[in-house]
Write a protein that binds this ligand. Structure first.
Ligand SMILES: NC(=O)c1ccc[n+]([C@@H]2O[C@H](COP(=O)([O-])OP(=O)(O)OC[C@H]3O[C@@H](n4cnc5c(N)ncnc54)[C@H](OP(=O)(O)O)[C@@H]3O)[C@@H](O)[C@H]2O)c1
Length: 309
């Protein structure tokens, strides 16, 4: 039986995935240690208040990782990516961070490493900021450490951001209106990772695509319209981008090509996953639950931006 009195180290715990993993592990009774860059920051203090031990560290500082991993049973590994808004890392940083975490976990005798990758990691896509994760996966598989690789589908959270247009009553994303793509709630990434650490005998050595729902653009618009109580239409991102931004247009057209050839849509077996993880949220349930506040925020920006004044 798994001994949950042992410590799991969580990287990125002040962020989306790590925050979800830390919360789910705590809910299952594990001791959780978060490696944070600023222990006095708001998110780190809120982790401490929830019973998570916070230690100062940095993915670029191997010594801090060695100290954090020294007596740990498990490590959850996630790295920032250059494609994210506001990220201050290069693609080489991401690969260096991801491989260092795995190397140090192996040398520290960590029993189980869970690495969060991406659905595109099974092939080289030619999009540099996506191909980083395949490189980390390849390195990890050559090490002498029990590991599980999860490949999360697109986050539901991505859909309810201003950048995707909800503040203008319109959602834009990568697929055509009639094309389906898989999505997962960030909350469920944490719950799956907690289940993985809880049953290493079932999950060590596995690479798992994970998702909670599959929806076309039109279906997303219907769910959002119902949840928002006002019409939300859907269009493909490339059809609404400002044409002058050539760099963004080029990345978007590459990503849409990966959707069209099936590599970015997510190919998880939803039926099997829902049987294995019955808590997985479909998009409508997510909107009615953890996504509700995010949707409200995205819609409120319409009210404050172009409301009567
Ligand atoms: N499938 C999808 O739809 C999707 C969507 C978004 C992201 N992703 C992937 O998810 C990964 C990022 O995960 P996320 O979205 O959970 O992250 P996030 O919310 O952006 O947070 C990033 C986390 O990394 C920490 N961090 C950044 N640089 C660090 C460093 N040098 N040392 C230690 N910690 C550092 C941040 O800590 P601070 O608080 O100190 O900044 C924060 O906790 C990326 O690899 C990205 O490709 C996938």
């Amino acid at each position: 039986m798994t001994d949950i009195s042992k410590t799991i180290v969580v990287l990125g715990a002040t962020g989306q995935q790590g925050g979800s993993v830390a919360a789910a592990l705590r809910a299952d009774g594990w001791r959780v240690r978060a490696v944070v860059r600023d222990p006095s920051g708001r998110r780190a203090r809120s982790l401490s208040a929830s019973g998570v031990e916070t230690v100062r560290g940095d993915l670029g500082d191997p010594e801090s990782l060695r100290a954090a991993f020294a007596d740990a049973h498990g490590v959850f590994s996630v790295q920032p990516n250059s494609g994210q808004a506001g990220a201050d890392v290069t693609n080489e940083d991401e690969v260096r961070f991801g491989t260092a975490v795995a190397d140090i976990a192996e040398r520290c005798g960590v029993a189980h490493l869970v690495y969060s990758s991406a659905v595109t990691a099974g092939s080289t896509t030619g999009v540099d900021h996506l191909d980083t994760k395949g490189r980390v996966e390849a390195h990890l598989r050559n090490l002498d450490i029990a590991s599980t690789i999860i490949r999360p589908a697109a986050f539901m959270e991505l859909l309810v951001t201003r950048e995707m247009g909800l503040d203008r009553g319109h959602l834009s994303f990568l697929m055509r209106p009639d094309q389906a793509m898989q999505f997962i709630a960030v909350r469920d990434i944490g719950r799956i990772v907690a289940a993985v650490f809880g049953s290493p005998e079932s999950y060590a050595g596995r690479t798992m695509e994970i998702a909670g729902d599959a929806l076309t653009g039109n279906a997303l618009a219907e769910h959002l319209t119902r949840a928002a109580g006002r019409p939300i239409s859907y269009g493909r991102l490339s059809t609404i981008l400002p044409t002058q931004d050539e760099v963004v247009s080029e990345v978007v057209s590459k990503l849409e090509a990966l959707v069209d050839d099936g590599r970015l849509v997510g190919n998880a077996n939803l039926g099997a996953l829902r049987a294995e993880f019955p808590f997985l949220l479909r998009f409508d349930r997510w909107l009615a639950g953890p996504g509700g506040n995010l949707l409200d925020e995205a819609l409120r920006s319409t009210d404050s931006g172009i409301g009567p004044g």
